[in-house]
Design a protein around this ligand. Sequence first.
Ligand code: ZN
Length: 270
Amino acid sequence: MSQWLIRPLVFGVIEVKKEQLTTGLDVGLPLKVPYLGFYLTDGSRKVLCDTGINAKYIIDGKAWAGSPAEGGGKWVLKALAAEGLTPDEIDTVIYSHLHNDHAGNCHLFSHARHVFQDAEWKELLDPLPSMMIRGDFDQSLIPEMKNLNCQRIVGDVELFDGLSLILTPGHTAGSQCLLVSTRQGVYIIAGDTVHILPIAFPFMKEMTLMDGSRLQITPAPKNWGAAVPSSLVYDHYAWYRSVYRIQSLLRSPEHLIAGHEPSIVGKVFG
Ligand SMILES: [Zn+2]
């Protein structure tokens, strides 16, 4: 089986309130988290997971839910350049989902195949009003993606040797995780199904921030169960099933790569 390398790329930063990510816990606590992409290579293929937020979605320094944010295409180009890459070299872009902070710079990758779940495309085409209030989806993405070489997939797919996609709905209808085989075992890139690690490991007492410092956090009460949803879950039944599935596939907690997890900045997996 091919062995892959996973390099997290920082495409921006947003400061949210922690209770937006772990509902009801640490109310009012500010938390800076990265907008992330992931460069994946098996030595020949050059794959990108997610394309970050477009600068047009950051108005007066604020993005989703009025949160202070930085990011945009310049961040994407800079992060790729630091890996010695240009956008034209990326052969495949995989989307964990199509929220505007994960698909916002799709247009930079006009030479690539763009892979996402069919259910996600349908939801972007016809979102419920609540999915638009805080700027989760932005339909200006639709014509941009129609200009690209897109592949809509359905369900679980082995895209390449050692790189599989599994449908994990709940955060959105077509959220998917990447299962990536490396020399250190299979990592799961979870997208926003798990924004930060305390969502899937709710008894954590501290987090590591982007600068390496530690933040004391409140563990979930035992009777909350094995996961804590964020305030951004469209289908709670589906989401719990997806998180239980992710937890059951994990070789160790260290093999979970959460979609906005601050502690992974600067790390390499594999
Ligand atoms: Zn999202």
